[in-house]
Design a protein around this ligand. Structure first.
Ligand code: GLN
Length: 255
């Protein structure tokens, strides 16, 4: 008799579009049963330290990053989240989730906390009013096989404004941030973890602003994925399947 390996994929359920992520992953498992029959994959909502400690991987949904941070503080989940990030297990943040995973944040609110899983600076609400929310089809085939036409939904989305070097994540800057009484221009994560994998830019939107800048909207750093947009609102499961196969299951296979 073969025993299947149990994998717990958690979705942070403090706030935002967590239900959609859960539905997408469950749909993948339902429609591709043969492919996953050597595993017992459980998709579950995460609200407490105990929930988090059971997880092999965590997805942080879109929503409102300031509210998410506030609820995490109020429910004593911030430290457990720092610990989870430091464990190096696979993580994926979409939109507000990308903000929460960053090491530096521009346009954040006073007392807003971020987890420091990705060595990037993110700017909140980075698209001008006209582009506040929009949907567009993008070609992701350079990293998801055959995915040439994926509907992306951007809702008051952040963008990655800087890839950080090791010297940017200096702890004296974190100490300075702790002492500051005024809203800092840049919020830095207080988590001391340092992801040592290289940051890969997976996708940039070309020439979208008035200055013809490219805007980075998808990055990967080792086991951690961040997207500015919401694949959980696309009615297309390919992004979720790629995360499950490429991040969650590959990590399980190597640990
Ligand atoms: N603007 C939101 C924030 O700062 C993110 C929006 C979203 O997740 N759709 O958290």
């Amino acid at each position: 008799m073969t025993t299947s390996k149990t994998i717990i994929l958690g979705v942070l359920a403090l706030q935002g579009a967590f239900q959609e992520h859960i539905e997408y992953f469950n749909k993948i498992l339902e429609t591709n049963q043969d492919e996953y029959n050597e595993y017992n994959i459980e998709i579950t909502e995460i609200r407490t330290k105990d929930d988090l400690e059971r997880c092999d991987s965590l997805v942080i949904p879109g929503g409102e990053s300031t509210t998410m941070s506030w609820i995490a503080i109020r429910t004593h989940l911030l430290e457990p989240l720092y610990d989870f990030v430091s464990s190096g297990k696979p993580l994926w943040g979409t939109c507000a989730g990308l903000i929460f995973l960053a090491k530096e944040l521009k346009n954040g609110k006073m007392h807003q906390k971020i987890l420091g899983a990705l060595n990037i600076q993110v700017t909140r609400n980075a698209f001008g009013r006209q582009l506040d929310s929009f949907s567009t089809h993008l070609d992701f085939s350079s990293f998801i096989p055959n995915c040439t036409d994926f509907q992306t939904v951007f809702i008051r989305a952040p963008v990655v404004t800087k890839i950080l070097s090791v010297s940017d994540s200096d702890t004296s800057k974190q100490e300075e941030a702790k002492r500051s009484l005024s809203p800092p221009e840049i919020i830095r994560s207080l988590n001391t973890y340092n992801n040592t994998a290289p940051v890969e830019v997976l996708y940039s939107l070309k020439n979208v602003d008035h200055h013809n800048h490219d805007l980075i909207v998808a990055v990967r750093q080792g086991n951690v994925l961040g997207t500015s947009f919401h694949p959980e609102l696309a009615d297309d499961y390919r992004f979720h399947k790629w995360f499950l196969d490429e991040f969650v299951l590959k990590n399980v296979a190597t640990t």
